[in-house]
Each structure stands twice: as C-alpha cells, then as structure tokens.
Ligand binder design. Sequence first.
Ligand SMILES: Nc1ncnc2c1ncn2[C@@H]1O[C@H](COP(=O)(O)OP(=O)(O)O)[C@@H](O)[C@H]1O
Ligand SMILES: N[C@@H](CCC(=O)OP(=O)(O)O)C(=O)O
Length: 370
Amino acid sequence: MGSARRVVVKVGSSSLTAADGRLDVQALRDLVEVIAARHAAGHQVVLVTSGAIAAGLGPLGLTSRPSDLATAQAAASVGQGLLVARYTEAFAAHGIRVGQILLTAEDTVRRGHYKNAQRSLERLLDLGVVPVVNENDAVATDEIRFGDNDRLAALVSHLVRADAMVLLTDVDGLYDGPPSRPGTRQIPEVRSPADIEHVEVTGRGSSVGTGGMLTKLESVSIATQSGIPVVLTRSSNVQGALDGTPVGTWFHATGRRTTRRRLWLAYAAKSRGRLVLDDGAVRAVLGGSASLLPAGITGVEGEFESADPVELVDTEGRVVARGLSAYDAAEIPGLMGQTTGDLRDALGAGYDRAVVHRDDLVLVRRPRKV
Ligand SMILES: Nc1ncnc2c1ncn2[C@@H]1O[C@H](COP(=O)(O)OP(=O)(O)O)[C@@H](O)[C@H]1O
Ligand SMILES: N[C@@H](CCC(=O)OP(=O)(O)O)C(=O)O
C-alpha cells in the first residue's frame, strides 16, 4: 500500500457525521490533511465520499436521515454542494484543487458512459486534481441506485485501475460477527473468500450509514476479484492504511482484472429470469471454474430469450451468480436434469452446450446476513 501509485479512498457517512447526524467538518479536515500529504508525496488519490445527505439535513431543518427516496434526494441535492465546498476549502488549505464527479452505477459499467467517466477522471489526475466522487443521488432512481458508496468505490477503483482501495468506516476492521456482540474478534487478513465464510454481518450499520458491512464485503469482492487489494479500517487509521502499516483488515487481491462486461452483468444488468440450481451445481458454480450444465438445473422462472441476463439461485432462492443464458426460457424445462451426452444423443449436437457458460457468469454470493 505504501508504494501504491494510485489509490481510491472511500469514506462513509458514519465517519463524517457528528453525534447530531450532521456533517463533522473537523473529521473531514483531518481526513483531507492525510490525503493531501499523500498527494504531496507524488501519489494519486481518488476520494469517494458519502455525506451529501448528512450535509443537507441541517439546512433543511431535518433531524434524521430521511427514509423516503424523494426527501433523501432533496437532502443530497442540498448537501452535495455544501459537502464539496467543505472539501474545496479543506484541500485548498494544502494548495490542492478538487474536481467533483457524480456517478450512477450505470456510468461505471456501460460502455459509452464508462469511457466518459474514465477520461475525465484520468484528466483530473493528470492535472494534479483530487477527484471527489459521490453517487449522483439526486437523479438515481430506486431501481438502479446503489444507495451506499461501497460498491461505487469498487467500480471506480476498476475504472481508474487503482493499485489499491481503502474503505474507511467507524469500526477497526472486519469482525467475525457484528462488533456489538460480545466476544467477536477482528480479522487482520483475508486471503480468499473462503477465509470469511463463517463471518456474520449486518446490512445496516450506524444510524447514518447505509449498507453496513454487507455492502463493504460486496465492494471488497468486486475489487479483489479485479486484482485490487483492499484495506478496511476506521477513518482515524487512514494514515496507517495508506502507509501500509498493519491496521484494520487487509484483503488480498484474488483475481486478475475483471472485464467491464462481467461487471455489467454483476451490477447493472437487469435479470430477466431465474434458474434454480441443485446443491451440486451451486458448489460447482461457486468453485469458480465450472459452467452451469442442464443436469444441475431444477427449475426455471421468467420469460427470457437466449443471451438475456438471468440469476442463478440455490434451492432457498438465494442468488449465487448471474449469467447470460444460452437458451430461451421455454427450452430449458426440456433439458433440465439431463446430461449433455443424453441431450446430444436425443436432440442433436447443438444441445451439448452449457446453459450458462463460465465466461458469461459472475459470482455474486453475498456474505451471511444476521
Ligand atoms: N462483521 C462485522 N464486522 C464489522 N462491522 C460490522 C460487522 N457486521 C456489521 N457491522 C457494522 O457495519 C457498520 C459500518 O457500516 P456503515 O454504518 O454502513 O458505515 P459507513 O457509513 O462507513 O459506510 C459498523 O458500524 C458495524 O456496526
Ligand atoms: N451518496 C450518499 C451516500 C449514502 C451512504 O450513506 O453511504 P455509506 O455511508 O457509504 O453507507 C450521500 O452522500 O449521502
């Protein structure tokens, strides 16, 4: 981490809000001081920051985070300008300029949008500017918005080909269960997803943050599967995290760079149906190198055509992966449960193919939610 040329730092609402739920300007300045020093040492930093909604509460006379989308969007709209004004001031005190980039999930994966976002981020970095990124809350609809910035940060890390990502929050690192539960312990290092199979997380953390640890682990999974290591820690540890001292939880990169098409499949494509897998097929798919064969399918839902995105679910309906179906929905009941050899003999050579080929499949297994 100490030598990483380009780092994406994501700071959550929980680290930027005071006890009254409003923006904590001192916390923001403390963070900026550390990032500014990193910048001065010749490294590039992209800051993904939450806090727009928090910053909008005071001016709108609201006392807590709105639960309805329209009011949350209004708060974000009022707060985003204020948030960026605070960052502009804080970085200017160190002689650094910032540039605001507001993105939706689609912008980070759809080709035309992706190229645009990539170009402007690159240019800002070339010009020595610190990009300050947030989700475009005011326009993102409920259907497509992330709502949390964790996954957005991972997609931005992919977009800028970051060497590492730092997720800053209000806990020291990943614990083996919700930290409020007595006896839970912090995990210092994660080498593969199997290391955290036993970990329990909540989907909602602090009163101001969204997503809790669940979305952070999804973010970690996108980044590490794209070859980007991650440090997850408390925001007061940002210096240590950037220096590479052992703070928080360090997640090793597990894969090589994922293609944008696979990111699209995992995070932006709208599924047209579902394939229900038996336990053996779930194990094979999660193993990471197998295609989904007709023999492992026990059910099909929805009306999709071949090449449409579908969800692969286990017998309890949990989504384990997403992929592009090689068959129309109507054809699958006639293939289910049969080996490719039997299908070839009965129906012809074209029927010995997988229903979802490995190259058209991404794992989206979520950690255990309590
Ligand atoms: N296994 C776990 N390890 C660490 N934190 C967890 C775990 N499960 C749930 N959490 C909760 O996740 C919270 C952080 O999520 P969140 O409030 O969304 O933060 P942020 O605003 O920084 O994105 C922590 O305060 C913690 O209570
Ligand atoms: N875009 C929103 C961020 C939403 C949010 O709370 O995210 P996070 O703190 O990362 O869980 C905002 O700026 O308020």
